[in-house]
Design a protein around this ligand. Structure first.
Ligand code: IPD
Length: 250
């Protein structure tokens, strides 16, 4: 039987690559010209063998296309995510949800905004009145998938109002900042998926945590972003944690 959609899918993959390359080159070249002493960590540069080490020097942490699978399938949540750290501390974050045309921005100490409008996390304190965002991730090893399912089952049965996920870590974090969902957690993400969102969530009044309840470690590939510590801790208690290979492992 002929594969009707392979041609369309090949075209989508090539489009995704073209768009990603365009954004990556624009950001990387522009940044190198404008800030020649700065460092760069990005999904494509790391895939090309460049190091993924956060040093004290000003560092751009960039995902040109967060939500690649969405993009390939035309699922309408795709973002450009740009975080900026100095002395290993994130200073600003920009997430552009391209299809929705929503520009999320936050600078440390100066608030978080969407298209210029201030953002504030939800004031909900009850987990059973909360919506939690998460993703299934991209790891298909059965032991990892089992942990993802058992964590999700535990959280669903707390109970919570619902579980959602738009297929982009950066946009999920912006939804926490916007107050639409109380929290987002995931294991298996990368630093470039969440760096910008970290500042946006914090500046909207939210908190970040590791899935084990400790402080967030940007390179650990695990995150909880929540409207408050209470909700973050309730989620952390339910997570069957796994430890993906750290971003800075090699
Ligand atoms: C992915 C998305 C997705 C998340 C994955 C990420 P990518 O980023 O953020 O929502 O579940 O863990 O890797 O690959 O589209 O840049």
């Amino acid at each position: 039987m002929p594969d009707l959609w392979q041609d369309a899918m090949d075209h989508a993959v090539s489009l995704a690559r073209t768009a990603g390359t365009l954004v990556r080159e624009a950001v990387q070249n522009d940044m190198k010209e404008k800030f020649p002493t700065h460092s760069f960590i990005g999904e494509e540069s790391v895939a090309a063998g460049e190091p993924c080490k956060l040093s004290d020097s000003p560092t751009w942490i960039v995902d040109p296309v967060d939500g690649t699978t969405n993009f390939v399938h035309g699922y309408p949540f795709v973002a450009v995510s740009i975080g900026f750290a100095v002395n290993k501390k994130l200073e600003f974050g920009v997430v552009y949800s391209c299809i929705e045309d929503k520009m999320y921005t936050a600078r440390r100490g100066k608030g978080a905004f969407c298209n210029g409008q201030p953002l504030q996390v939800s004031d909900q304190k009850e987990i059973n009145q909360s919506i939690i965002a998460t993703e299934f991730g991209s790891d298909r090893h059965v032991e990892v998938v089992d942990k993802i399912f058992s964590s999700m089952r535990n959280i669903l049965c707390l109970p919570v109002h619902g579980i959602r996920g738009v297929g982009s870590a950066a946009i999920n974090m912006c939804l926490v900042a916007s107050g639409c969902v109380e929290a987002y957690y995931e294991m298996g993400i990368h630093c470039w998926d969440i760096a910008a969102g970290v500042v946006i969530v914090e500046e909207a009044g939210g908190v970040l945590m590791d899935v084990d309840g400790g402080p967030l470690d940007l390179m650990s590939r695990r995150v909880i972003a929540a409207n408050n510590k209470m909700i973050a801790e309730r989620i952390s208690e339910q997570i069957d944690a796994c430890a993906p290979l750290r971003d800075d492992a090699s």
